[in-house]
Design a protein. Structure first.
Lengths: 315, 304
C-alpha cells in the first residue's frame, strides 16, 4: 500500500511539470512580445512594459524564467489581469465556487440517474427493456451539451417559466434556491455522463452475473433485490469508480460549454472571456487550475479504488 | 461533451480476435450482420451523401441572405426555414455537415496514424521507448480533453484547420493505448518469430504482420471517435473557436440561433438535430461492433 501510494504520488511529478510548463509557455507561444501579451495589447505604456519585462526576466535563459514563474505560482501569485489589473487569484476565487457546484451537482445527478438505469438494464430478463435502455443511453451519448442546454432553456425557462434565468445563488447561502437555479445546467452537464456511467454499470453487472458468489447467494434463497444490491452491485460498482475519474474530466471540460450556455460566471466562462479579450494571465490561471483539480480528482479516485479493491492493495 | 476516452476505461490487452470474427473474415462484413449497425450504417449513408452532394442538393448558396425572408418557418420555399439573416437553414446544414464530417474524419485519421504508430512502436520495441512513449501519452490524459483542445486552438488561432489539429492531437493517446495492447500479444506469436528468423526488417514486420492484427480494435475505436469528434468540433465552433462566420458550421449555427430563441426556435433546433443524427449513426455502428467483439456486452440473458 505504502509503495503504491509513493509510486502514485511520484507519477504526478512529470504530469505537473508538463502542465505547468505548457501553461508557462502559453504566453511565449502566442505570437507577439510575451511582455505585451501579458500586459494586454491595448496597454502601450513603455514604463509598465519595461517593468513586466524585468519581472519576466526575458533576458535570462528560459529555465530561469520558468523557475521564477513557478516560484511565484506556488506562492499563489498568478499575476494580474491584463484587462482589469486585479490579481488573478482573486478572480479565480470568485469564479471557482460556481464551477465546483455545477460539476458536483452534475456528478450527483449523473449517478442518481445512471445507477438505477444501469442496474435495471443489467438485471432485467426482458430483452426489449434492455435494448430500449441501450438505445436510450446511446442517444444520451450523442447529444451535444450546448444544444441540450439551449433546448432546456427554451422549454423550461422561456415557455414554461419554471426555472429562473441567470440566477445562481451560492449553495452555502441559499441551498434550495441554489439547487433550483443550477438544476438545468447540472442536468445538461449530467446527461452524456449519466449515459456513459449507466452503460458501464450495465456491462459490469452483466459480467458478474454468472459469478459463483451470485449463484451461492441465490441458492441460499436470498431475495433477488438483496442479491442484486448486496452481492452484484457491490462488486459491479468497483470499476465504475475508475470511470468517475474520466467523467471528472468531462465535467470540468463540459462546464466550459454549459457555463457559456447558461451564462454562469464560473471558471470556464472566465477562461473563454479571457480568450476573447486576450487576457492571458487569466487564461493561464484557468488552465492551470482546472487541470490541477482534474489531476487531484484522479489521484483521489485511484486511492479510493485501492481502498475498495484489496487485490491492488496487496499486489 | 461526451465520453471520448471510453477506451481508456477498457483493459489494455483486448487483442485476441474472437472465433465469430474469423468466420466473417472482416469487421465491416461482420457489421452488416447486426441490425443495430445496419441502422447506423443507413443513417451514415444518408448523412454522408447529403454532405457530398451539398452543392447539388442545397437550394441556395449557404451564405446567401434573403433580407425580406428572415426567420421564416419551414415552408415550400425554405424547407427548414431561414435564420436571422434570411439564410436558408437546409442549405447551411448541408454545408455544415461537410465541414463537420471533414474535420471529424481528418482529425481521427491524424490520430489513428500518429497514435497508432506510436502505440505499435511502443509495444513492439518495448523497453525505454515503450516507457517514454506511454508516459508521454499519460501526460496528455492528465488534461481535460476540451480544455486541452481549447488551449491548442488559442495558441494556433481559431479556424477550421486548427480545430482539426486540436482534436487530432487530443485523440492521439487513445489510439496509442489501443494499438499497444494487441501489439504486445502479436509480437510473441510464432509468425512474427518466423518473420524475424527470415531476417525481415522490423518496419516490414510491423507493417505486414503487426498492423493488420491490431486493426480490429482500432477500427472499433475509430467509429466511436468519429462520433465524439463530431461533438467536439461542434462544441468548439459553438464556442466561437472553430469554423468562423459566415461559413456554416453546425455548432456555430446553434450559437447564432440561440440569441433569437423567442423569435424563432428553428435556426437552433435543426442544426442540433442534424448533429445528433450524424453522431448517433457513428455511435450505433461503434456500439454494435463493440458488442460483436465482446460478447459480454450483448443483450442480457441471451448468451447464457
Amino acid at each position: 500500500m505504502q509503495r503504491y501510494l509513493i509510486q502514485r504520488l511520484l507519477s504526478l511529478v512529470p504530469v505537473l511539470f508538463v502542465v505547468s510548463a505548457l501553461v508557462f509557455s502559453l504566453v511565449h507561444l502566442i505570437p507577439g512580445d510575451p511582455a505585451q501579451v501579458l500586459l494586454g495589447f491595448e496597454n502601450t505604456d513603455p514604463e509598465q512594459l519595461a517593468r513586466v519585462r524585468r519581472d519576466l526576466g526575458l533576458d535570462r535563459p528560459v529555465y530561469v524564467q520558468y523557475g521564477r514563474w513557478l516560484a511565484k505560482v506556488v506562492r499563489g501569485d498568478l499575476g494580474k489581469s491584463a484587462r482589469t489589473g486585479r490579481p488573478v487569484l482573486g478572480l479565480v476565487r470568485e469564479a471557482l465556487p460556481f464551477t465546483l457546484e455545477l460539476a458536483t451537482y452534475a456528478l450527483v445527478l449523473a449517478l442518481a440517474i445512471a445507477i438505477p438505469v444501469g442496474t435495471l438494464a443489467g438485471t432485467t430478463r426482458s430483452r426489449l427493456a434492455d435494448a430500449a435502455m441501450q438505445l436510450l443511453t446511446l442517444l444520451g451519448l450523442s447529444l451535444p451539451a450546448f444544444w441540450v442546454g439551449t433546448m432546456l432553456i427554451l422549454a423550461f425557462s422561456v415557455h414554461l417559466r419554471w426555472f429562473p434565468v441567470l440566477s445562481f445563488p451560492s449553495f452555502a447561502q441559499a441551498p434550495l434556491a441554489s439547487l433550483w437555479g443550477f438544476f438545468l445546467p447540472a442536468l445538461t452537464l449530467a446527461t452524456p455522463n449519466a449515459a456513459a456511467i449507466a452503460r458501464m454499470v450495465r456491462a459490469s453487472l452483466v459480467a458478474v452475473r454468472h459469478e459463483e458468489y451470485v449463484k451461492v447467494a441465490r441458492a441460499k434463497g436470498l431475495r433477488e433485490a438483496v442479491v442484486v444490491r448486496r452481492h452484484m452491485l457491490k462488486n459491479a460498482l468497483i470499476p465504475v469508480v475508475t470511470l468517475i475519474g474520466i467523467v471528472a474530466g468531462y465535467l470540468l471540460g463540459g462546464s466550459i460549454v454549459v457555463e457559456q450556455v447558461f451564462a454562469i460566471p464560473g471558471v470556464g466562462r472566465m477562461g473563454l472571456l479571457a480568450i476573447v479579450q486576450r487576457d492571458y494571465p487569466v487564461l493561464q490561471a484557468v488552465v492551470l487550475l482546472v487541470t490541477f483539480v482534474f489531476v487531484l480528482v484522479n489521484l483521489a479516485v485511484d486511492l479510493v479504488y485501492v481502498y475498495l479493491d484489496p487485490r491492488i492493495r496487496y499486489a | 461533451m461526451s465520453i471520448s476516452t471510453r477506451a481508456s476505461a477498457m483493459p489494455e490487452a483486448v487483442a485476441v480476435v474472437p472465433a465469430r470474427l474469423r468466420r466473417a473474415r472482416t469487421l465491416p462484413a461482420l457489421a452488416l450482420r447486426s441490425p443495430k449497425s445496419l441502422v447506423g450504417i443507413g443513417v451514415l449513408f444518408i448523412v454522408i451523401t447529403l454532405a457530398l452532394l451539398a452543392p447539388v442538393l442545397a437550394p441556395y448558396p449557404a451564405t446567401e441572405m434573403h433580407v425580406l425572408d428572415r426567420f421564416r418557418t419551414p415552408s415550400r420555399a425554405y424547407v427548414l426555414g431561414t435564420d436571422f439573416y434570411g439564410r436558408d437553414l437546409l442549405s447551411r446544414i448541408l454545408y455544415g455537415y461537410r465541414t463537420s464530417l471533414l474535420v471529424a474524419g481528418l482529425s481521427v485519421a491524424f490520430a489513428v496514424v500518429v497514435g497508432g504508430s506510436l502505440g505499435i512502436v511502443a509495444g513492439y520495441v518495448g523497453g525505454v521507448w515503450d516507457a517514454a512513449i506511454m508516459r508521454a501519452m499519460d501526460v496528455v490524459f492528465a488534461f481535460p480533453v476540451l480544455l486541452l483542445a481549447i488551449t491548442i486552438v488559442v495558441i494556433l488561432g481559431p479556424g477550421t484547420l486548427t480545430t482539426l489539429l486540436a482534436i487530432g492531437l487530443v485523440y492521439v493517446p487513445i489510439f496509442a493505448r489501443i494499438a499497444r495492447g494487441p501489439t504486445l500479444v502479436v509480437k510473441e506469436q510464432a509468425y512474427v518469430e518466423a518473420a524475424k528468423a527470415l531476417g525481415q526488417r522490423p518496419l516490414r514486420i510491423i507493417l505486414r504482420h503487426v498492423a493488420p492484427n491490431v486493426s480490429t480494435p482500432i477500427f472499433v475505436q475509430v467509429t466511436i471517435s468519429l462520433a465524439t469528434a463530431l461533438l467536439f468540433e461542434s462544441a468548439l465552433s459553438f464556442l466561437g473557436l472553430g469554423t468562423q462566420p459566415p461559413y456554416p458550421s453546425l455548432g456555430l449555427m446553434v450559437n447564432e440561433g440561440r440569441n433569437y430563441l423567442e423569435l424563432s426556435p428553428w435556426p437552433t433546433v435543426f442544426p442540433g438535430a442534424a448533429i445528433i443524427l450524424a453522431v448517433l449513426g457513428f455511435n450505433l455502428v461503434g456500439d454494435a461492433l463493440q458488442e460483436l467483439l465482446d460478447p459480454r456486452l450483448r443483450p442480457t440473458w441471451t448468451s447464457s
